[in-house]
Design a protein around this ligand. Sequence first.
Ligand SMILES: [Zn+2]
Length: 263
Amino acid sequence: MANLIYRLGGEQLSVALNRRLGLPSRRTLIRNGTFININATIGAIQQSDFITNIRNAILSASTTPAFSGHTVCIDEIALQEKADFDSKSQRVVGICHQHADAVNLTIRDAESAIRIAESLSGEECHLGKEATVIAITTWGNDSIHPVLAAASCKSETPAQIAAIIKDAIRSWSDSGAKHKLGPIWSVATDGDATRRRGFHDEFLKHKINELAEISQLSIPFGDVRLLPGLNCFVGDECVTLDFDPKHIFKRKFFYFTFIMHCL
Ligand SMILES: [Zn+2]
């Protein structure tokens, strides 16, 4: 709340509400705040984007998650549709990752900037209207670490979004995080129809005959697998699919209401 007040109202409002309501001062926020810096993706999503952010934001952090299972989460946040210039890479940020390969985002002179503007007006590429955000959360605690932020025009196919998540899981292994912090157990998403289709194809494709094949847990699988309604379908390496329960309940409630309305 104090951070939001500072961002929206500036230093003076922050000071006023610190004195009047006892909200944390700016100095307290800086001293005690935890900031996670990740590199935003410029252009198409690469596996190196994941590996760099996993190493910088998780493996090199002062407090790393405990050894456990982890979940890869994906969602979007709204973006202001605008392009900007990243002086570090000399490239334009804010272009959708789906079509960024259609244009050279490096600014060398006026002509290169004009070429990008022409590609935008010709709809060869687009300004990102949302940012695709992928994060890792750990079973057993509330920590969450973003590992990808990429501008999106929301035009990816189910197969493409499933491939991006597989890249995230592969990067978790290739960066050394799996060995140091534990494996990825599941992938979580909300009710987005494209993701649901893509993840359904990718993470519900193997039926495990015996849940004993999931080796990390000491549960009497012989009894568990007999539970009626238990989903025994998984993806590669036994990664399971977790749809957000809120959206499952919403959909079931909608169908229930629809059926009752038709009766
Ligand atoms: Zn696009």
